[in-house]
Ligand binder design. Structure first.
Ligand code: NAP
Length: 269
């Protein structure tokens, strides 16, 4: 268990998913989490559901915590930082999950030598299968890196990257769950058009994605090698893969990730 009090400033989709994950993983007790949000109804619902503590405002949440997780939308970050900067000191670790907001921007806004870690998680943290990548600012110690690894490691996998690779991370794993949901929904629709009912198609499609990912993870084999094992000459898989190649799925995914990375770059501050 992490013996730190954690504040979440902004209690939207991502913060809620993360809180749920770390409480379920037993990393933090609900009474060691303090939340703050401008949306009072959201605070009420979340504190009722997760039994976490509600702070009067962002400043009070900061004062009461050792680790401050900034979980507002990127556009709200400037206002939030100027609101809390007087309440911060170098002993409090700041973790920002906001897309495109750099550690140097946060350091510059705070005008203080505070430890800042930027992380890009994804929504599967809610079921402890998140994929998160982090990079560190100027004043982060190894001890503080361990804290971020224990929080996000409790809800999935976490890797450290150079900050200039955050656009690529955003394109791959930050936005990635949406691509997979899109693919699963399309597989279900296609299977229904072949005669399966929705329930059966949904079970089979989800389990196929889950099982394939697990097989990759547990065997450590290359995706291409596992693909080859499923594909026999003149068989059904080969017939389908030919169509995917004709439809340029690989090129389309390449373009999609590049578009996301470009957008991430454009939104950067
Ligand atoms: N969703 C994802 O998959 C994902 C993945 C990786 C990273 N992120 C990052 O996570 C962050 C949060 O995303 P989200 O989807 O969870 O957003 P969200 O659902 O809109 O939640 C943000 C919350 O912060 C509140 N808020 C706005 N300004 C505030 C302030 N000054 N003080 C306190 N609370 C404030 C918002 O209230 P109002 O709604 O009233 O404005 C809202 O309740 C973003 O920066 C995003 O880039 C998201």
């Amino acid at each position: 268990m992490l013996k730190k009090r954690i504040a979440f400033l902004g209690v939207g989709n991502m913060a809620t998913a993360l809180m749920r994950g770390i409480i379920e993983a037993g990393l933090t007790r609900p009474e060691d989490i303090v939340i703050s949000d401008i949306n009072k109804e959201r605070l009420r619902v979340t504190s009722h559901e997760l039994q976490v503590i509600v702070a009067k405002d962002n400043r009070e949440a900061v004062k009461e915590a050792d680790v401050i997780i900034l979980a507002v939308k990127p556009n709200d970050m400037e206002g939030l930082l100027s609101e809390i900067k007087e309440s911060l000191d170098s002993k409090k670790l700041i973790i920002s999950i906001a897309a495109g907001i750099t550690t140097s921007y946060i350091e510059k806004m705070l005008k203080k030598e505070v430890p800042v870690i930027r992380i890009m998680p994804n929504t599967p943290v809610a079921v402890k299968e998140g994929a998160s990548a982090f990079s560190i600012g100027e004043y982060v110690s190894q001890e503080e890196e361990k804290i971020v690894k224990s929080i996000f490691g409790a809800v999935g996998k976490i890797v450290k990257v150079e900050e200039n690779l955050m656009d690529a991370v955003t394109a791959l794993s930050g936005s990635g769950p949406a691509y997979i949901f899109y693919i699963i929904a399309s597989l279900i629709e296609a299977a229904i058009s072949l005669g399966l009912n929705k329930k059966t198609a949904t079970i089979l499609a989800i389990q196929t994605v889950l099982g394939s990912a697990k097989l990759l993870q547990e065997t450590g084999e290359e995706p291409a090698a596992l693909k080859k094992k499923v594909t026999s000459k003149g068989g059904t898989t080969e017939a389908a893969l030919l169509v995917l190649d004709e439809g340029k799925l690989k090129e389309t995914l390449d373009k999609a990730l590049k578009a996301a990375a470009k957008r991430s770059q454009e939104l950067k501050r």
